[in-house]
Structures are given as C-alpha cells and as structure tokens.
Write a protein that binds this ligand. Structure first.
Ligand code: FCB
Length: 488
C-alpha cells in the first residue's frame, strides 16, 4: 500500500507539493492570493439553476441510527492512520438531525436545487434485500422539507459509501455488484421518484476507482491497477444498468451520472510527459466518457480493460442520459512517472504563477470552459450541470455572525463567469452547484479542509453562513454583488 510519506520520499523535492494527488496535498500549500479576474457580475440565463452539493458520509453523522449498516468509509476512517486528523464521519455535521435547519439556510440563499446523496447502507444495511424503511424515511423527510421550501431535490445514488457487507464480497471489483446496485437504485427511486425529479447514479467513478481501488488512500483502501480496472468497468456497467432499469420503471425521471472532469496537460514540454498526459486523460476522463457516450474505451485503455469485458457490456454501458453532472476543480498538469498512481503518470508542477487553494489545487476557471467545450464537441453536447465546484481555504473564525472568505467568494465568482462564457460558446450548461453547502468531512483530509459556504463549528455544530453564502444568495436573487465581493 502506498502511503503519503512514501510518495513524498519517492518524489523529486521540487515536485513534492504540486505532484501530490488532490486529497493528499500537504498543509504547506501556496497562500492564496486574491483573484486576478476583473470585478464582474455573472449574468446567468433565466432558468439557470443555482444550488449546493453535499454527500451523505461527509455530512450526515448518525452512523448507528435507524438500522443503518456500516459503510466502507466507517471502516476506513476508523482504521488508525488513514485520516489525516484521525477523525471520522460518526457525527460529521449531524445533518441527519439538523437537516431542517440546513434546508432553511438553502431557502434563505434562494437556491433552486440541492444535490445530496443517499447512503446505500441506510437503505440496505447489508447491501441487498428488502429496504430498511427507517433509512428511506430520512430521505423522505428531507425531500418533503426541500419541496416545502421551494428547493428542488437532486439525488445522487452513490457517493462512495458502499455497504461494508458488499466490500466483504470484494465490492466494486466483483461483477455481482452491478445487480446489487441496480436493485438498490430501484428501491430508492420507488420510494422518492414521485417527488425527486433528477437522479445521478454515481459520483466521480474515476476518482473512486483510482483513489479507492488503485491507490488506496480512500476507502476501501484497495491497491493495484487491476483493481482499478475492475472497479471502473463495473461502475460503468452499474451506471448503465441502473439508468435502464429506472427509465423503464419511472419514465419521467431525469437520469444521468456525475463525472469528475479535468483538462489534462503535460507539465513540461518533454515528449514522455505528453504521452503521460494521454494515459492520465484516459484514466481520469476518457474511461468514463467514452463508454457512456460512444460505447467503447479509449484506444489506449482498451487492452487493459479487455479481460473484464464480457459480450454485450459495451452496449449495456452506452445509454442515453438526460444530463451529465460535471465536478470541476481545476486542470491536471501531468508528468511521466513510472511509479505514478495513474497508468505511469503523476501530478507535476502547475504552470508558474498559478494560484492554488488550501488543497494545493490550481485555480483555473478557464479549464471549466475547456471541459464543457470537449463535451460539446466530442460527446454530443449533453445537457450539463456543474454538480460540484468550490474551494478549501483556511478561513478565519466566525465574527459578527459571518465568516470573511473573500478568496472563496472570488473563486466562485470566477467560475460562474466561466459558466457564462461556456454558455455563450454554445455549451448546454443548465446549472451550477457549489461544493459545498457545509464545511464537512473531507475524506482522507478529515475536518482539516473547509469547503463550505456555511461554516460549521465541529464542537458545537453551529452553522454560520460565510460571505460566499451571501454572495451566492445575491447572485441567486439577481441583486448586485459588489457590496459582498470586495476583492479585485
Ligand atoms: C470531490 C468529491 C467531493 C469532495 C470534493 C472536494 O472529488 O466528489 O466529495 O470531496 O471533491
């Protein structure tokens, strides 16, 4: 198993910080400077959805309530050494009990929609069989509350919290999971499909397959390229299978899935880095996009996947979607690296002068335009939502009922401006969900990274909306944002 420490040791000194995978970024990141874009008001078209995203394990807590089973993230976070600050999601934001307050805040922000995920182990504690009704009841209460406050629910069926019982049977590397996931999807849609109009099957299968199954720094902590290939292929199949099943049973639902997409660029002019970027791009982007939209794997990946592909699989994965969710955080600047986590490629230095967030991730709003242009040009311009975009910063403590977070506010503003440019370029972009509504459990980083537009005091669980919340509320209501955004 590769650990952060070993990775650092294996890296040339100058590369260390920027070469680290996203969630392995060190504390010693570049201090964010104010945004460089001019002060502009985003002008989003009528009908454009503004909302916020979260995921079940990162916010819910209540891990032993109402019959919930264990998930792979419970197991992983309770394993010493796995989470940077030794924390876990046992309580998280206690959203399970405080959801009404959280919905109220979304209503105050004027959000049109909320993307949340359903925890599979609440619905099927053992990953199979009849539903655990009290678990489904929670999402029923949440849905009704959202609708009562005018916020459209957008459910994601899987944001990485697999029932541990299924992991005990090899999880996503076991092809049987395709049937299990399809059954689970049906259970949830049967209960909520009369009120939840939009459904994403999976969140970021590539990230889950790479970090959880090849690299091992995310649950379930499996390692090896073979496990990545199996997990990625079975997620592709599960996604296709569930979309077909839900479409047949609930023809009115909007069905899609969520990918993490990044433009991938060689970090230097070396030919081997250019080749590495092609491999990295396939793993990060193409191994999700090409099977779904074109019914094939990228040429460079085809031989790798061949042992896992059975007759009919590629036809089963290719399925029309009503929308694609895109999680966008930045570009990937890549180098050739024989020990690299992704097909012999790894993260290289960002271009000189690139500003970064507290995760060490590059701030590159134009990359969002590039990703959407690729969807327009190569994948038939599907109806798209930015289902995640946001930034971690080391915020100051709440003061006077708010938190001053100008860098995050500018980050959001600059990405909304990028959305505006993409729409002007003819991309079928219909909405933007900020990551995240709340500061929360940031996977292997624990509570050390704050992405929320609402501050959470993890000792008292008190919520305090940040200035970025006020900014988005102003954008949502069409009010001028100048008084909130005081940055350049
Ligand atoms: C995405 C994940 C989300 C959150 C953000 C920062 O990859 O989908 O849960 O961790 O990154």
């Amino acid at each position: 198993m590769i650990r952060r420490r070993d990775l650092l040791l294996a890296m040339p000194a100058g590369l260390a910080a920027s070469a680290l995978p996203r969630d392995l970024a060190l504390a010693q990141t570049v201090v964010p400077t104010p945004a460089a874009e001019p002060k502009l008001e985003p002008k989003l078209p009528a009908g454009f959805t503004l909302g916020a995203s979260t995921s079940s394990y990162q916010i819910e807590g209540a891990v032993n309530e109402d019959g919930r089973g264990a998930s792979i993230w419970d197991t992983f976070s309770h394993t010493p050494g796995r989470i940077k600050d030794g924390s876990n999601g046992d309580v998280a934001c206690d959203h399970y009990h405080r959801f009404a307050e959280d919905v109220e805040l979304m209503a105050q922000a004027g959000f049109g929609s909320y993307r949340f995920s359903v925890a599979w182990p609440r619905v099927q504690p053992d990953g199979a069989g009849a539903p655990n009704v009290p678990g489904l009841d929670f999402y029923d209460r949440l849905t009704d509350r959202l609708l009562a406050r005018g916020v459209k629910p957008f459910a994601c069926l899987y944001h990485w919290d697999l029932p541990q019982a299924l992991q005990d049977k090899s999880g996503w590397t076991n092809r049987d999971i395709v049937g299990r996931f399809t059954d689970y999807a049906q259970l949830v849609a049967t209960r909520l499909g009369d009120r939840v109009p939009r459904w994403a099957m999976l969140n970021e299968p590539s990230v889950h397959a790479i970090f959880g199954h090849a690299f091992g720094n995310h649950a379930p902590g499996m390692t090896g390229w073979k496990n990545y290939l199996a997990a990625q292929h079975h997620m592709n199949l599960a996604q296709g299978s569930a979309i077909r099943a839900l479409r047949a049973a609930h023809p009115k639902l909007g069905l899609g899935t969520v990918f993490s997409l990044q433009p991938v660029l060689p970090a230097t002019g070396k030919p081997e880095d250019a080749a590495a970027a092609v491999r990295f791009d396939a793993a990060w982007n193409g191994n999700n996009l090409d099977p779904l939209f074109h019914g094939r794997y990228p040429e460079i990946s085809a031989a790798d996947f061949a042992p896992f592909i059975r007759e009919g699989d590629l036809d089963a994965i290719k399925v029309p979607v009503d929308f694609l969710g895109v999680n966008y955080y930045g570009r990937a600047h890549v180098v050739d690296d024989p020990n690299g986590v992704i097909a012999g490629a790894g993260w290289g230095p960002h271009p000189p002068g690139t500003r970064t967030t507290a995760m060490g991730w590059p701030i590159e709003p134009q990359g969002l335009v590039e990703v959407l242009a690729r969807l327009r040009d190569d994948y038939g311009n599907p109806q798209t939502f930015i289902t995640e975009n946001g930034a971690a910063y080391d915020d100051p403590a709440p003061k006077g009922g708010t938190v001053d977070d100008p860098a995050r506010t500018a980050f959001i503003r600059d990405h909304l401006l990028a959305c505006q440019r993409a729409i002007a370029d003819g991309c079928a972009l219909k909405g933007y969900y900020v990551w995240s509504l709340l500061d929360n459990f940031e996977w292997a980083e624990g509570y050390s990274r704050r992405f929320g537009i609402i501050h959470v005091d993890f000792a008292t669980l008190q919520r305090t909306p940040k200035a970025s919340f006020a900014y988005l509320a102003a954008v949502a209501s069409g009010a001028p944002t100048g008084t909130i955004l005081t940055g350049p």
